[in-house]
Design a protein around this ligand. Structure first.
Ligand SMILES: [Zn+2]
Length: 260
């Protein structure tokens, strides 16, 4: 669609009243919305409304897509995207939702020829930035902050933002190539620091799945940055600052230290 036409449509969506039924859903399913300032809450609602107009939702394995499902997913994504004015993840066209964790076929070539095939359990993934696949129970847990720092929506949004510059390298969009280089070097040191802590058997704030690759490190650390920012900052203040720079927001300022 032409950029100006899309912009005009988005402007009109931003001025429409936000349905009160959607507000109730956000209150219940995206716990973090309770801690937003008025300005942040208003921007979040506008982003949700645009997301729901522009993205296609599809239920897999008989899963029914309801307003609860759509608003919950859009609300969690909007929280992460609050710092990016005007960024609506245009490459992302569809959101596929499964009723539970799902199996994805995997294969790898064998040394002597032929292929090894197996099924891998997944809770979410992003395909080239065009589709996001999510397991609904994981979405619910992430929004209610009941699964520690995990959040499959935040994780997949981190991959989508990582891909905005066309590369899946764990480096988000930054102001200049020089800034991106320095940022990449600094987060690489944080990854080594995390690895050392694991080796020494120290307690770490997020899952060791982060060590799969730089892009997974960015995505898993981002989950913790939003879901448990105080713990992340205590563990590694540099990592917290790098993510604050990447996401252009500071969740530590709004999320209460003791929230249970
Ligand atoms: Zn991932």
């Amino acid at each position: 669609m032409f950029g100006w036409l899309r912009e005009r449509r988005r402007r009109s969506i931003r001025t429409r009243p936000f349905p009160s039924a959607w507000l109730d859903i956000l209150r219940r399913t995206v716990k973090q919305t309770a801690w937003l300032s008025d300005d942040e809450a208003e921007r979040l609602r506008a982003w949700v409304a645009i997301f729901l107009t522009e993205k296609r939702f599809e239920g897999c394995r008989g899963f029914e897509i309801t307003d609860e499902v759509r608003v919950t997913i859009a609300g969690q994504a909007a929280l992460v995207m609050l710092g990016f004015e005007g960024e609506h993840l245009d490459r992302l066209q569809s959101v596929l939702v499964y009723p539970g964790d799902y199996l994805a076929p995997k294969s790898a070539p064998l040394a002597g020829g032929g292929e090894l095939e197996w099924q891998e359990e997944r809770l979410g993934e992003t395909w080239g930035g065009g589709s996001m696949v999510l397991a609904w129970p994981r979405v619910v847990e992430g929004g209610r902050l009941r699964d520690g720092p995990r959040s499959v929506v935040i994780h997949e949004c981190a991959h989508a933002v990582d891909m905005l510059d066309g590369e899946v390298d764990g480096i988000p969009l930054l102001a200049s190539p020089r800034e991106a280089r320095e940022w990449a070097q600094a987060i690489d040191e944080c990854q080594s620091h995390f690895e050392e802590a694991l080796d020494e058997g120290r307690s770490v704030p997020f899952d060791d799945y982060a060590l799969e690759s730089p892009s997974e490190f960015f995505a898993v650390a981002t989950e913790c940055f939003f879901q448990d920012p105080h713990r992340l900052a205590r563990f590694d203040a540099t990592l917290y600052d790098l993510l604050r720079q990447a996401w252009k927001q500071d969740p530590k300022r709004r999320v209460p230290v003791h929230r249970r």
